[in-house]
Design a protein around this ligand. Sequence first.
Ligand SMILES: C[S@@+](CC[C@H](N)C(=O)[O-])C[C@H]1O[C@@H](n2cnc3c(N)ncnc32)[C@H](O)[C@@H]1O
Length: 401
Amino acid sequence: MEHGRQLPEDRLPTALTTTMTSPAALAEELAGSGVLEPTWREAFSAVPRHRFIPDTVWVEDGDHLTPVHREDDETGWMDLCYANDAVVTQVDDGVPAGPGQSGHEITSSASRPDVVARMLAALQAEPGMSVLEIGTGTGWNAALLAERLGAGGVTSVEVDPAVADRARRTLREAGYGKVAVVTGDGALGHPPGAPFDRLIATVAVDRVPYAWVEQTRPGGRVVVPWTTDLHNGALVSFVVGRDGTMQGRIMGNVAFMRLRSQRGKRASLDRHVRDGKGTRRSFTDLHPYDVFGEYDASLAIGLRVPRCKLIVSGHDGGAYTVWLIDPWSGSWAGLDYRPDAERLAVRQSGERDLWQEVHDAYRWWDGLGRPTADRWGLTVTPEEQYVWLDTQDDPIDRPST
Ligand SMILES: C[S@@+](CC[C@H](N)C(=O)[O-])C[C@H]1O[C@@H](n2cnc3c(N)ncnc32)[C@H](O)[C@@H]1O
């Protein structure tokens, strides 16, 4: 199982399973599950999500993404629009690169409704405030913001010109024509509209652009999906200080596609794994689930092991291999899990011992008393970004990425 989608899209644990086909029903489900704040319920009920979803969307089919056309299956398409799930709306930057018109990589989507609800709650935006959104996508989130805050205060930046044009048109047709959709690189923010009261990124970063601090007023909030090469991601809610820095804590588990300029390199078993003479072989007692199956552990390990991507390939009988790949140096490690084995076989190759690095990072996290995700925080200054535990006076050593 090797493909370009190593990150789940906008994913959070959810208990919502009902099929819904109207914004009011979706709002009711979200409110019932406790993720939708009462102040946002009217907006979620009022904005018809299906009007923002293109007639062709994409669904996972094994290693590929295949298109679903509204004209072929109106009911199926409508169900996708109102399910509590991300809807994939563009693959491979608009030029499907998989075999037979299938897609390889998700490059735009309408985010998962419960994730959107959580992020809007974290933003603490009030009617009348000005908000800058990074990553317009379909325009649905911008419409929700406009519905509650007033369209005049909402600016949204989208890097893909075709996606931006479509969102602009859809917002206008749905009655939110005052939302300003800017085509450009959201890493630069939108200086002409600054300072904003709030900034929300719906695309993930590992390095938070300083422009986002500069363009938010002191006391304002910045909500960002933050990621490492190894770990899916975390939602960070920052408050901008008067000193030109911002600090924020991790608020939960989210995974978004990355900002275009921070996509980095794709890991590939075909390209990077060559099991041969130079492979170093050993065994480990550390179970991959303890390391990668626990959110708190994998988040912390991602802080210490840069430039390392994770791919899991399943085998028959419950066996699987965990692959760690550094696509920059070409180093890789494979950890073979077999249900009946007492120890796990490890293979490592290249200039880095990637499994050893992960193992050491796990011991480091364990030695710190196994801190939970909500104890980590981030500070962004004009010069740097650093991670701390409990207080920003206690930054952690982090290898540079
Ligand atoms: C998860 S989607 C956004 C979902 C959107 N907010 C909605 O309501 O549908 C992420 C979007 O970010 C865009 N994006 C990626 N890099 C960007 C950048 N550097 N600046 C602005 N937008 C970017 C992608 O093209 C994609 O449309």
